[in-house]
Design a protein around this ligand. Structure first.
Ligand SMILES: [Zn+2]
Length: 352
């Protein structure tokens, strides 16, 4: 049970706001009813003095609270709505398909609701998503050496013009040779602490961030420009491996990652700092100052802190293990409450 008054105040505020960013961060037990809920439960909110806060659903259960029937705190939280899930699955089943309003009817959902939810979740419309998925297939064909015309037909583009238009929207120009195409794959990964987006090519992971991180779109756009790559929704072996390892990590069953990562995007200075970060063991923390000392320059702690903040591969490059010299948590791109949760998880794992 969480005892810290400051944290209780914060959690209570988030409970009243039904703040979805705190999904997975805490669970609330209501003393008067004996029931425990997620932060976002639609039920009427209890008075503060009747609340007990827990870090995990397990702890709430052990304190003999029953799971709420409305918000079902024992089920894996997911911010993908059932409608959006259904749409993504439908695309994966038949990526070549071009969608019309009638298709939405067949899935028995309103085209408008589905479109709105989809846009909210992926930052692009469903049609754009489906199109960029088809584009991804075309890229794969081109890279495997198939001629352009065959690729566009295989990917469900019936004419060269349709393909060209779609391509221009994603990439700027149409490639003449296959070696001009660099393809990065973006995958949505659900975690206990909210959705993350991961971007990788077939060799290594380049980015892993919580999707609500401020400035994420700019970050991704910069990456796209720097690599002159197309970023297409989908999956590959690197991303599958990452998803598996992350699931175990969040369950507290695995603390280390073998998914290959690439620090190609960083400056030499950043790469050195990130390499040091990777040396901090799970369950341990270090201050920005000590990190600067390790880096060989005690006065460089601001630059070290900036390099820390520029990390784009959350959790695998554990920038959350760097805290202020006075023991306070300091900042975190994914949000301070997530940093606290991750450190707590790792400490628990180390001590078990
Ligand atoms: Zn509830």
């Amino acid at each position: 049970m969480i005892q810290n008054e400051r944290i209780i105040d914060e959690y209570y505020k988030m409970l009243v706001e039904k703040n979805s960013k705190y999904e997975g961060i805490f669970f609330v037990g209501v003393k008067t009813t004996g029931i425990f809920c997620r932060p976002t439960c639609p039920a009427k909110k209890p008075k503060k003095e009747n609340c007990e806060f827990f870090q995990t659903a397990k702890e709430a259960t052990l304190a003999s609270y029953r799971p709420c029937k409305r918000c079902q705190p024992l089920n894996t939280p997911t911010s993908l709505s059932p409608e959006v899930k259904k749409l993504v699955e439908a695309i994966e089943e038949n990526p070549q398909k071009k969608w019309s309003d009638r298709d939405f009817d067949e899935l028995s959902m309103s085209a408008n609701t589905a479109r709105r939810q989809f846009k909210k979740q992926f930052g692009m419309t469903f049609i754009e998503y489906a199109r960029s998925r088809r584009m991804g297939m075309a890229f794969q064909h081109i890279r495997n050496g198939k001629p352009l015309i065959e690729s566009q037909l295989d990917s469900g583009f019936e004419s060269g013009n349709g393909f060209r238009d779609a391509f221009t929207r994603v990439m700027g120009t149409v490639p003449k040779r296959k070696d001009q195409v660099r393809l990065l794959t973006a995958k949505w990964i659900e975690t206990k602490l909210g959705s993350m987006v991961a971007i990788a090519d077939e060799q290594a992971l380049f980015l892993l961030e919580f999707v609500d991180r401020r400035g994420l779109e700019t970050e991704i756009e910069k990456m796209r420009k720097k690599f002159s790559a197309a970023i297409i929704p989908g999956s590959n072996e690197v991303l599958e491996q990452l998803e598996e390892e992350l699931a175990l990590y969040f369950e507290g069953k695995r603390m280390t990652f073998e998914t290959p990562i690439s620090m190609e995007l960083g400056s030499d200075f950043q790469k050195e700092v990130w390499a040091l970060l990777r040396g901090i063991q799970p369950g341990e923390t270090i201050s920005y100052k000590d990190l600067a000392i390790q880096k060989g320059n005690p006065n460089a702690f601001r630059a070290v802190a900036r390099a820390n903040g520029a990390n784009q591969i959350s959790i695998l490059i554990p920038c959350h293990r760097v805290i202020n010299t006075n023991g306070e948590l300091g900042g975190y791109g994914g949000g301070i409450h997530r940093k606290a949760w991750l450190l707590q998880l790792e400490k628990k794992m180390r001590d078990e």
